[in-house]
Design a protein around this ligand. Structure first.
Ligand SMILES: [Zn+2]
Length: 165
């Protein structure tokens, strides 16, 4: 086995289903932080070489910043951390389907894989309103939705129920 194959094997072993669940649960912890601040509960983590290099949650209200979405902030932090805007081998785990801005930022930053939880039927730009990532851009982001989706959507439901009370 050459070194490349060996690396590939290790990568496969590391990125099994349990890891995906683990990382999505870390993103859910971030979503809970947003919930506790009366922000729409969405959380995200950026993973590189099997490690979380950045984590963030939605801060749109606190910052009064329309771009302060969880995954957007997490990607900005990740780029700062590695000192490059190219997040080529990075994976993004976000609890809610990304909007058009965030999905666009994933193309711009060359994200390798996107994993998300619940669908956003009103603003989702991966499968719901738009299928942005299915287009032939200069970079293709591979994506998979529905990871720990029930947990993510239950947290959102609870949040909106609290708002109405
Ligand atoms: Zn967004």
């Amino acid at each position: 086995m050459n070194q490349d194959q060996d690396m590939h094997m290790k990568y496969q072993v590391k990125m099994n289903k349990t890891s995906h669940e683990y990382f999505m649960n870390e993103a859910l912890k971030e979503a809970q932080k947003a919930f506790d601040k009366d922000e729409v509960p969405v959380g995200a983590v950026v993973v590189l070489d099997g490690k979380i290099i950045a984590r963030a949650h939605n801060l749109r209200e606190s910052k009064q910043d329309f771009s302060a979405h969880a995954e957007f902030i997490a990607m900005q932090k990740a780029a700062k951390k590695i000192g490059s805007w190219r997040l080529e081998n990075a994976l993004v785990y976000v609890t809610l389907e990304p909007c058009s801005m965030c999905a666009g930022a994933m193309i711009q930053s060359r994200i390798k894989h996107l994993y998300y939880g619940a669908k956003d039927i009103k603003a989702g730009a991966v499968e719901s309103v738009l299928k942005l990532l299915d287009n032939r851009f200069n970079h293709q982001v591979i994506y998979e939705g529905g990871l720990e989706a029930t947990k993510a959507s239950n947290l959102l439901k609870e949040f909106f129920k609290k708002l109405r009370v």
